[in-house]
Design a protein around this ligand. Structure first.
Ligand code: NAD
Ligand code: IPM
Ligand code: MN
Length: 365
């Protein structure tokens, strides 16, 4: 039988709650395909700060690098919000992404027929939305130099950051985006702010150059402010979106709301080589942490992406995605996706329903 080493980074807030559910689902779906997993749980984020004083311990990164795939819950919380930059949970997450070299972040947003009523948009607008945000993850303003705090000429305090992209960074994310669009509906929309920002001007130039290698893909460009509006006005116009680190962060949270909840959106972060990092796009949700209220489906769907993109185990990935659909068909809903007439349940109970659906698919096949 096949064996894989998986690093678990539960993190903070609802992270441990949703990772616990997803781990069980992964184990069960794997066992049906003759796959065994060896899990190693490592501290990360605020949990690591409390334990050893840094948000990404060296050992966590080295264990992660040596594994076949990494599943992360979420990091961050009020307790560490006023820490200095190097001692923030979020800094640990950026160090992890950079350390793994996972520059391509795939964030699919699909409006499931079962959840059309959970969207805040009208049914006819939300119905059938199926888009993929390809977010650049290891560059841009998150990492650009110079950055820091200082004083201006009047002696006032300033904070500054730099949006910077080199051609190789744009080219490699553009390649991933064109390839992604090719496997989807052949449409790619590059989102930038090329009317104002030099980094975006270069971005648009390089993405346009790359298009000559992909004559089968229909490439369009859109300014980010318009894109934010178009996502709400007519989201079905989008197939694949490629954008920089910060615009991708913002637009993917916006896109999540088309689907009903941020608690539904998974992601895969991939590099040229080495293990992928898989995480829900949401955060540690301190407002509902520890109350068994979190929706674990974004993390369960992240585990499906882990199987598909990280381990090339398509059958197990499909089993999990089908089990999520089946669970929703049965009417189970956490609070964030609840609508009248459905069964309101907690994180653990919806997790158990997913497990039963995974199990019943085995019996059916
Ligand atoms: P958040 O995504 O944690 O929460 C935003 C809102 O969505 C909250 O009302 C929350 O209850 C709700 N929500 C999020 N996930 C949910 C789920 N699975 N089920 C039900 N409801 C859910 O964003 P925030 O409040 O801006 O940030 C909280 C902390 O998380 C901050 O410290 C932030 O830096 C961090 N954060 C971490 C990640 C990550 O680990 N990748 C991502 C985003 C934010
Ligand atoms: C995300 C988060 C992170 C980001 C933060 C916590 C660093 O918002 O994964 O979307 O901005 O990338
Ligand atoms: Mn985000």
């Amino acid at each position: 039988s096949k064996r894989y080493n998986i690093t678990l980074l539960p993190g903070d807030g609802i992270g441990p709650e949703v990772v616990s559910v997803a781990k069980n689902v992964l184990t069960l779906a794997g066992s049906q395909q003759g796959i065994e997993f060896e899990f190693r749980e490592m501290p990360m984020g605020g949990a690591a700060l409390d334990l050893v004083g840094v948000p990404l311990p060296d050992e966590t990164l080295s264990v992660a690098k040596q594994s076949d795939a990494i599943l992360l819950g979420a990091i961050g919380g009020y307790k560490w919000d006023n820490n200095e930059k190097q001692l923030k949970p979020e800094t640990g997450l950026l160090q992890l992404r950079a350390g793994l070299g996972v520059f391509a972040n795939l964030r699919p947003a699909t409006v499931l027929p079962q959840l059309v009523d959970s969207s805040t948009l009208k049914k006819e607008v939300a119905e059938g939305v199926d888009l993929m945000v390809v977010r650049e993850l290891t560059g841009g303003i998150y990492f650009g130099q110079p950055r820091g705090f200082g004083k201006n000429e009047k002696g006032e305090e300033i904070g500054f950051n730099t949006e910077v992209y080199a051609t190789y960074e744009i080219d490699r994310i553009a390649r991933v985006a064109f390839e992604t669009a090719r496997k989807r509906r052949g449409k790619l929309c590059s989102v930038d702010k090329a009317n104002v920002l030099e980094a975006s001007m270069l971005w648009r130039k390089r993405v346009t150059m790359m298009a000559s290698h992909y004559p089968d893909i229909e490439l369009t460009h859109m300014y980010v402010d318009n894109a934010a509006m178009q996502l709400i006005r007519d989201p079905k116009q989008f197939d694949t979106i490629v954008t920089n680190n910060i615009f991708g962060d913002i637009l993917s949270d916006e896109a999540s709301m088309l689907t009903g909840s941020i608690g539904m959106l998974p992601s895969a972060s991939l590099g040229e080589s080495g293990p992928g990092l898989f995480e829900p796009i949401h955060g540690s949700a301190p407002d509902i942490a520890g109350q068994d209220k979190a929706n674990p489906l974004a993390t369960v769907l992240s585990v499906a992406m882990l199987l598909r993109y990280g381990l090339q185990e398509e059958n197990a990935a499909r089993t999990i995605e089908n089990a999520v659909l089946e669970t929703l068909n049965q009417g189970f809903r956490t609070g964030d996706i609840f609508s009248t007439g459905k069964k309101l349940v907690g994180c653990k109970e919806i997790g158990e329903a997913v497990m039963k659906s995974v199990d019943s698919q085995k019996k059916a096949s």
